[in-house]
Design a protein around this ligand. Structure first.
Ligand SMILES: Cc1ncc(COP(=O)(O)O)c(C=O)c1O
Length: 396
């Protein structure tokens, strides 16, 4: 009854864990949820006010398929101002979250059997989006010894004459890895030599620490810009996950085809959310920086406290709000009924024994690790890490 295409798709691990966490919390379990991929700060007040005004002004109808002119003009201005990227309003599409923009871009570019290179560990949905397009996923290890970044040589080896696309996430979910301008240049050189397209997911652009400077992949030069789809959104920088607004910018032909697909799925993004997103982009950006500072403080706290736990090896993330400890030393150990063979077992053990949710690395196609989100209060992070340490200590 179910189509073969859907049968090959896995449910999002993070969504699955989040659903489990909501279920347990509503059953009254005292749970520390370190699995979430969203800022815990409320959406800034002025953005909420803009949405209320939009409702009062009856901005409640379908918008243009690609998004309102006002929002797309503001996005074009942002890309110019902050990323040194010039796109016309028509080269921008607003979607229902960056996720829909990514999905549409993958379906637009990838044909059956074409190869898509995905640095791994990777965001849970990339692989499934490629499978949906019937493309062939080629994983390239972004290993811990290189701070979870791919080596250019590994990328080179993975490229064949059938390679169509590279899916890059910078900064990266789940590792917080960050590619600087020089590293991006090396990747861009290979991309151009081999005539490959790139979708660069820059949704964590604003969440960078240690004063490092962001460089948008497409801004490297005009040639690379033509081969790139820039994806970004409002969920993470403005704490607007539930509003579901993201966007993509690229060559006209790509954007027009993404719009065609969107016209038959969601028609357009929510009108009220688009008005809120417009306010987010066109007003003072103080709240973005305040949240970033908050995340940096929590990143430092999470890193310092996790490195104290015997058996964990931790790379300090440069961006996003995740930390990805190596937990391999606990494999083969057990406590009471729990035998830990892999990251999934360990996540279940921590859920049941420590009442802490984390996401197993296997969800990101990287066994041997767990992902913890530090988008949580210091109190919760402190309590969560204490509970994890206690539970891990019981494993013998
Ligand atoms: C790397 C990455 N890309 C895209 C998304 C989707 O973001 P949105 O809420 O805009 O759909 C997420 C959300 O977790 C993400 O981590």
């Amino acid at each position: 009854m179910i189509s073969n295409r859907l049968k090959s798709i896995d449910l999002s691990t993070t969504m699955e864990i989040a659903a489990k966490a909501i279920e347990l919390k509503s059953a009254g379990v005292d749970l520390i949820d370190l699995s979430v991929g969203e800022p815990d700060f409320p959406t800034p007040q002025h953005i909420k006010e803009a949405a209320k005004n939009a409702l009062d002004n009856n901005c409640t109808k379908y918008t243009k398929n690609k998004g309102t002119n006002e929002l797309r003009t503001a996005i074009a201005a942002k890309l110019e101002r902050e990323n040194n990227l010039h796109y016309t309003t028509e080269q921008i599409i607003v979607s229902t979250g960056a996720k829909q923009a990514l999905f549409n871009a993958v379906q637009t570019i990838v044909d059956k059997g074409e190869e898509v290179i995905i640095p791994t560990p990777s965001y849970v949905s990339y692989i499934q989006m490629v499978k949906f397009a019937e493309g062939k996923v080629i994983k390239v290890d972004a290993d811990e010894t290189n701070r979870f970044k791919i080596h250019v040589n590994s990328l080179k080896k993975a490229i064949t004459k059938n390679t169509k696309l590279l899916l890059l996430c910078n900064p990266c979910n789940p590792t917080g890895a960050f590619y600087d301008k020089d590293e991006l240049k090396e990747i861009a050189r290979l991309v151009l030599e081999n005539n490959i397209f790139v979708i660069c997911d820059e949704i964590y652009e604003k969440l960078l620490y240690d004063r490092i400077e962001f460089c948008s992949f497409a801004s490297l030069n005009e040639d690379i810009k033509k081969q790139t789809v820039v994806v970004n959104g409002f969920s993470k920088a403005y704490s607007m996950t539930g509003w579901r607004i993201g966007y993509a910018a690229a060559e006209q032909n790509i954007i027009d085809n993404m719009a065609k697909l969107q016209s038959h799925s969601t028609s357009c993004a929510s009108s009220v959310s688009q008005a809120a997103a417009l306010a987010a982009l066109t007003s003072l950006q103080d709240s973005v920086e305040e949240m970033r500072i908050g995340f940096e403080y929590r990143r430092n706290f999470a890193f310092d406290s996790l490195t104290q736990i015997k058996g964990l090896s931790v790379v300090k993330p440069s961006g996003a709000f995740y930390i990805f400890p190596n937990v391999k030393s606990f494999f083969g150990k057990s406590f009471q009924n729990y035998a830990v063979k892999n990251s999934h077992d360990l996540a279940l053990y921590l859920l049941n024994e420590a009442k802490v949710t984390v996401v197993p690395g296997s969800g990101f196609k990287c066994e041997g690790y767990i992902r913890l989100s530090f988008a949580n209060s210091i109190e919760n992070l402190n309590e969560g890490v204490l509970r994890i340490a206690k539970a891990l200590n019981k494993l013998k």
